[in-house]
Design a protein around this ligand. Structure first.
Ligand SMILES: [Zn+2]
Length: 414
């Protein structure tokens, strides 16, 4: 009896501990997500994760305040993002100039895909704690952009309030919005069903089979490219890049030019989650604009596998954030890098189908409603777990790899 109680108590304590660590209460345990690799949890790393946009932002602002007392010439900018729902959405920018020579500007941004900001913000705040030091800043300025899409961050969505995918909405000119993605048009109905979202529906239960039929017809790379590159025609569809720039892109542009202009080399690392092997950090840049950029990237990230978007099994996108500075300042050497932290093993066919199915269901539910409470809870839970996993193991792995990478980057640009 005593033993039973002890075991029960252990479970309760463990549950409570997990709940404190994770901040999220409902973890879908339905075999939909790959198991975590066997890695020991490091509480110091897991602690960087906050359970809301507001808490992440507050910690970012407090750390920025502390650093601005320590270093001269820092700048803070809070770009208010208009919303019909709240006045509490901001893109926060914190700039720390190089102390001696303006050689490199290291730009690190998060939350371009709202919900992915939980991990990105945690990484930024670790950088603020560990890497903003007089030695690292001698020849390098740092520009941190917190929550490019604060609406999605706070509402657990990838996109903005206008259904815009921020990573398809950035460019030097508005020509971007004239892009026509014809492959997408062919697949529109399949990826954007117009009924209420339901897990039990015929359409949904046969999703994998229907997707495989399409893959047989068109091949996986063609489908992947058509769906993921971005589209500017369907405002309710997935991967919609908008008809115009989102407010924060317009507000940020002149500031990016102002900060970047004084430096010889700019490195922009945009932090994402959801693509690739679970718990693994992937370097996933869009194809390099020129030879210097490619060589610069390979040198800076030497020792890491770089998955260029135009190589086999990957895809290129239009309007991505990490290429914006390079497009606005073509005379500068700008090295863009997208980091992805995998959650669903989406490098495998089944993982990638499950990922797109999660996104289809959530987008469908948002625009057309949910058939029942269970479908809504499950679908929203899946989206959250796919982009902001509650697992302390996953969180530890994200921070461990980011810490190692940032150590190398700061050393190599010294
Ligand atoms: Zn992303």
């Amino acid at each position: 009896m005593i033993m039973q109680i002890t075991i029960k108590l252990r479970f309760i304590v463990l549950g409570l501990l997990l709940a404190t660590f994770t901040g999220f209460s409902s973890v879908p345990e339905d075999g939909r997500f790959p198991k975590d690799p066997k890695v020991a949890v490091i509480p110091e790393y897991a602690d960087y994760f906050k359970d809301s946009y507001q808490a992440s932002r507050l910690d970012f602002l407090i750390r920025a305040e502390v650093l601005s007392l320590k270093f001269k010439g820092t700048e803070k900018l809070a770009i208010a993002v208009p919303s019909k729902e709240t006045k509490e959405l901001f893109v926060d920018v914190f700039y720390i100039p190089a102390l001696k020579n303006s050689e490199n500007l290291l730009v690190i941004s998060c939350g371009t895909h709202g919900v992915e900001g939980y991990a990105g913000s945690a990484i930024q705040r670790m950088i603020m704690e560990k890497y903003i030091t007089p030695e690292n800043l001698e020849n390098t300025g740092v520009l941190l952009i917190h929550a490019m899409n604060p609406y999605g961050f706070s509402r657990i969505r990838r996109v903005t309030e206008n259904n815009v995918d921020m990573n398809r909405n950035c460019d030097a000119t508005a020509d971007l919005f004239n892009n026509k993605n014809e492959g997408y048009t062919k697949l529109y109905k399949f990826i954007n069903p117009d009924k209420r979202a339901s897990l039990g529906s015929f359409q949904n239960r046969l999703f994998v089979e229907r997707a495989i039929l399409k893959i047989v017809k068109a091949t996986m790379p063609v489908l992947r490219q058509a769906v993921l590159q971005g589209q500017y025609q369907y405002p309710e569809g997935l991967y919609y890049g908008g008809k115009e720039f989102e407010h924060q892109v317009i507000a940020l542009k002149p500031n990016l030019i102002r900060y970047a202009s004084g430096y010889n080399r700019i490195i922009h690392i945009d932090l994402h989650t959801g693509y690739g092997a679970r718990g693994k950090m992937h370097l996933f840049p869009n194809p390099a604009l020129n030879k210097n950029v490619k060589e610069g990237t390979e040198k800076l990230f030497e020792g890491y596998q770089i998955d260029w978007g135009d190589s086999k099994n990957f895809y290129t996108i239009t309007g991505d954030f990490s290429n914006l500075i390079g497009k606005m300042l073509p005379e500068k050497l700008v090295i863009p890098m997208t980091l992805e932290y995998g959650t669903m093993d989406s490098q495998k066919t089944m993982g990638s189908l499950r990922s797109i199915q999660n996104m289809i269901l959530e987008n469908q539910g948002f625009h057309h409603g949910y058939k029942n409470e269970r479908s809504e809870r499950k679908i929203k839970g899946w989206l959250q777990e796919m982009y902001a996993p509650s697992s302390p193991v996953w969180r530890t792995m994200v921070m461990e790899q980011s810490n190692e990478l940032m150590g190398k980057v700061f050393n190599r640009v010294k």
